[in-house]
Design a protein around this ligand. Structure first.
Ligand SMILES: [Zn+2]
Length: 65
């Protein structure tokens, strides 16, 4: 069995977490240099989403360098 470990990247523009080098949401550049993961299930009711300016449900990084 191949032990392929998924490396998660975070978008530098919208903080969206993805496995790709380009953000599938906004087309921005992604980086491995991020900290903290937050799952937004209902962005309209989430204070974190409001603070971060998130306008869609998904998984986001709290800090992206
Ligand atoms: Zn993005």
């Amino acid at each position: 069995m191949a032990a392929a470990r998924t490396v998660y990247m975070a978008c530098k523009s919208c903080n969206f977490i993805t496995e790709q080098t380009v953000c599938p949401r906004c087309g921005g550049e992604t980086t491995k240099d991020w900290q903290g993961m937050v799952a937004i299930a209902d962005f309209e009711k989430s204070d974190i989403a409001k603070k971060m300016g998130i306008t869609a449900n998904g998984t986001y990084a709290l800090k992206v360098r």
